[in-house]
Ligand binder design. Structure first.
Ligand code: PDD
Length: 286
């Protein structure tokens, strides 16, 4: 089956979808994105992703070409057309194509570019990695200073993934001024006893939509949550570690810089949070 994608108002076969070579997303990484997961053919936390998209757009003084209701309809139509049961929907909005390459923003009436496509991921909620856990290395955080805006500027995170691969690991946690910021494409957590520690919100990290839900469920389940910075040294002494994102949900981390975390196997707090998250979010999916 050929994938159907959405570009600027049209649903098209993927090989017929085009955008301009002058698009500012392409030339300047002048664009924002969201990744929303699909379980049982329904969208997980669409409201959270739509709200963060609005925030990213407004921080960059960028207009949205669609309303939130329209966006929901486009997501649903792509799920339907591509028969997605489990997978992801990628959405990108850029400042559009100016007439030429120019650092200054184009005239405000330049239409933004909007692109959405689906990624089928059968078995996403039951992935082998969620049972075995992943290995993480630490690297220096060399990204720009507005990581709270979900821009398509992802070269350093890509480099980080490659550094992890080269080290025989699955992902990297980035460290700045001695403290962990986040993973290349996820938020980072450690667990000590019944306490979950994750970095506080700020410009240094993306305000994860999964993070917000997981912390809410953790508090509801009477777990203690500390939103503060932690070091790799503290992480290596933790009982458990995990990451969260729309594509991994709650994923155990069993090794940090080659050292086992806790017992070296996924821990009970992580497993419980993953279960609660998936149960509750499936119920609330739209
Ligand atoms: N990444 N931090 C970074 C740097 C991210 O890129 C992401 C998401 C997260 C987690 O955010 P959320 O829970 O809202 O997915 C944290 C997506 C999944 C991606 O780039 O594919």
């Amino acid at each position: 089956m050929t994938r159907t994608v959405y570009v600027n108002g049209s649903y098209l076969p993927e090989d017929q979808a085009t955008i301009s070579i002058f698009d500012r997303g392409f030339l300047f990484a002048d664009g924002v994105y969201e990744v929303t997961s699909v379980l049982d053919g329904k969208l997980i936390d669409f409201g959270g992703h739509a709200a963060r998209l609005d925030r990213s757009l407004s921080e960059l003084e960028m207009a949205s070409p669609v309303t939130t209701d329209e966006l929901l309809e486009i997501h649903r139509e792509l799920v339907r057309l591509n028969e997605i049961d489990e997978g992801l929907i990628y959405l990108q909005i850029t400042r559009g194509a100016a007439a030429d390459r120019d650092f200054a923003y184009p005239a405000p009436d330049t239409p933004p570019t909007i692109v959405l496509f689906t990624q089928a991921k059968p078995g996403l909620a039951d992935s082998p990695a969620s049972k075995t856990g992943i290995k993480v290395i630490s690297i220096e955080d060399q990204r720009w200073g507005r990581r709270d805006i979900k821009t398509v500027q992802l070269l350093y995170p890509s480099m980080g993934k490659m550094m992890a691969k080269a080290a025989g690991a699955d992902d990297a946690w980035m460290v700045e001024d001695g403290a962990v910021t986040e993973g290349t494409s996820n938020n980072a957590y450690i667990v000590k006893g019944n306490t979950i520690v994750t970095r506080q919100l700020g410009n240094e990290i993306l305000h994860g939509i999964t993070r917000a839900a997981v912390l809410r469920f953790a508090r509801e389940a009477q777990m203690k949550v500390e939103e503060r910075a932690f070091t790799m040294e503290e992480a290596k002494e933790a009982d458990e570690a995990f990451i969260t994102s729309a594509s991994t949900f709650v994923m155990p981390v069993v090794e940090l810089d080659g050292q086992p975390v806790g017992t070296g196997a996924p821990g009970p707090v992580t497993a419980r949070l993953r279960e609660i998250y998936l149960d509750e979010m499936r119920k609330a999916a739209v």
